[in-house]
Each structure stands twice: as C-alpha cells, then as structure tokens.
Design a protein around this ligand. Structure first.
Ligand SMILES: [Zn+2]
Length: 136
C-alpha cells in the first residue's frame, strides 16, 4: 500500500498525498465489505468492515489499491477531474492488480513463516477474489 502511495505522489507531484485505511464508522447489513473514496489529489481512503478477518481484509485492500493504481495510470491526466473509479473495466482490472499484489506478498510471507498471510496455491488466491466479488 505504501509503494502505491509513493507512486501516486510522484504521478500527482504532491508529496503529501496519503492512502488511509479505516473501518466504516457505521456498517449496516447489505453495505459493501470495503470501498474506497478518492479525494481529488489529496487522499485515497479505503473503508472496510471492522470485523473482517485479516486475510479477507488484505484481499479487499489489494483490490481497492488496484483502483488507485488505475486512477494513477489511466485517469490522472484527464481534463475532467471528477474521477470515476468504478466504471468500465476497472472492477476486473482492480482484482487482477490485487491478485498479483497478494501473490507477491504471499511469497514474501512464505519466507517469514507467517502462515496466516500466505496462500498455498494460485487457486486459493483466485478464490479469495471471486469471493470478494460475490460479497459485494
Ligand atoms: Zn472495485
């Protein structure tokens, strides 16, 4: 998450841009498990259900950070600064970003024997993202 924050800072030429992750102040049944808001050029806030298991939370965060990456890559130079995060192909592309990010992190945690953060197989990672889409 911090590396994409730094990446976005560079793209925006704003060293004060931040990515924040915080629980919903009021979670109600039927609400998305996690979502994000982009505050034009200032911050990106990922909101999530407070009681999510850590492994699920990491999948949701990876997906939402994918949206931020897409903003940085695809939309940052648009004249119309009202960014649309959830349009077109951004959902599957954000999940692809998330799968790659989680896979990378899973390999990292394998080396540190943090078993509750690593995945045995690709299928396990893909299943997590499919479950994410189904829980929306
Ligand atoms: Zn999404």
């Amino acid at each position: 998450m911090r590396s994409i924050e730094c990446y976005f800072r560079k793209k925006l030429k704003n060293s004060r841009f931040i990515v924040i992750c915080e629980p919903y102040s009021n979670f109600v049944d039927g609400q998305k498990q996690a979502s994000a808001d982009y505050y034009q050029g200032r911050k990106f806030v990922i909101y999530h259900r407070e009681d999510l298991p850590e492994k699920d939370l990491r999948v949701y965060i990876a997906h939402e950070v994918g949206h931020l990456f897409l903003l940085a890559e695809l939309d940052i130079s648009k004249k119309d600064k009202r960014q649309k995060m959830y349009t077109g192909t951004t959902e599957p592309l954000s999940s692809i970003f998330g799968v790659l990010a989680i896979s990378e992190k899973s390999d990292f945690y394998d080396n540190y024997d943090v078993t509750d953060r690593s995945y045995e197989t690709w299928q396990e990672i893909l299943d997590s993202f499919i479950r994410l889409q189904n829980n929306r």
